[in-house]
Design a protein around this ligand. Structure first.
Ligand SMILES: C[S@@+](CC[C@H](N)C(=O)[O-])C[C@H]1O[C@@H](n2cnc3c(N)ncnc32)[C@H](O)[C@@H]1O
Length: 286
């Protein structure tokens, strides 16, 4: 594991411990433990009917969305995360909910081996995932290797244009470049996690990589998947800029005065059935 990734793991271990004992209501723990769902209308609508599907959830965090997928009818759910604290919390929640789910501790890039090369109907990746990863091509190859032929990827995450911006008092200014080189991640430091929890983080540093939409989409195509849709949305599940307004449960939009930009995007893709992976070589300047 690189130093960057190890630094992030320490940060996520801290966050997972706080989120698993969340008292802010940000995580829908009681609802999921009683058989309900923490998924939002957006992802529920876009993934479509998951009944009877085998699903792997990459970067599953404390497993609440993973359990929700099972509660919504998936045949099997498997969550993967590199944080042992998150995985322990997820297993504990599964036991409390009485929900059959598997949780595996592994870095995304090691997921195929960690899952013994098992394949799935759906790879599910949402909300705060790919900006923790340095390399989209390797990520897409992992996704493709986890899919059965005809299996689908669903990705929903923060929009790179939003991550580039700093927002203050109704103004957005470009602060970061549009794609972060793998070997030069952006360093951030936060004293507290994003839930509003007053307990401080012990490990406050983290490294992130912003990926352009084209890098994500071309990586998916190159890995042998067909793009079914690419959507952009004006909503987020966290208050990224000051003055964002809550427009639904766990759903935020830019407040009055801000220019409208896409805050999140989603990609649906299907692994080619019989045709060999296409050898498109997108131009990427790294
Ligand atoms: C914001 S959370 C994702 C939340 C998720 N959508 C959910 O269902 O709650 C980001 C997660 O990514 C995990 N993560 C970050 N980098 C990772 C990596 N390289 N490999 C595996 N997991 C990683 C963190 O441990 C954390 O649980």
């Amino acid at each position: 594991m690189s130093d960057f990734i190890e630094t992030n793991r320490l940060n996520w271990d801290d966050r997972a411990a706080l989120h698993a004992t969340d008292g802010t209501g940000r995580y829908q723990i009681p609802r999921v433990l009683s058989g309900g769902s923490s998924l939002h209308a957006l992802e529920t609508g876009e993934i479509g009917d998951i009944r009877g599907r085998d699903i792997v959830h990459l970067q599953c965090h404390i497993g609440l969305d993973t359990l929700s997928l099972k509660h919504q009818g998936a045949a099997s759910v498997t969550g993967v995360d590199f944080s042992p604290t998150a995985i322990a919390a997820a297993r504990n929640f599964a036991a409390q909910a009485g929900t059959d789910a598997a949780f595996v501790e592994a870095s995304v890039y090691d997921a195929a081996a960690a899952l013994h090369y098992r394949t799935f109907d759906l790879v599910f990746v949402t909300w705060g995932a790919i900006h923790w990863l340095p390399d989209m091509r390797r990520w897409a190859e992992v996704v493709a290797s986890l899919l059965k032929p005809g299996g689908r990827l669903y990705l929903l995450d923060g929009h790179p244009q939003m991550f580039q911006c700093k927002g203050t008092q109704g103004k957005l200014a470009i602060k970061h470049g549009w794609r972060t080189p793998a070997e030069r991640p952006l360093l951030f430091e936060e004293t507290h996690t994003y839930t509003g929890d007053e307990r401080p983080l012990t490990h406050q540093r983290m490294y992130e990589w912003f990926h352009s939409v084209s890098d994500v989409v071309n990586a998916v195509i190159r890995a042998g998947m067909r793009i079914d849709f690419l959507n952009e949305h004006e909503i987020l599940t966290w208050r990224h800029f000051p003055g964002m307004v809550e427009t639904g449960e766990d759903q935020f939009e830019l407040g009055p005065g801000y220019p409208r930009i896409a805050l999140s995007f989603s990609v649906g893709a299907t692994k080619h059935d019989k045709v060999a992976a296409r050898t498109i070589r997108p131009v990427q300047s790294r």
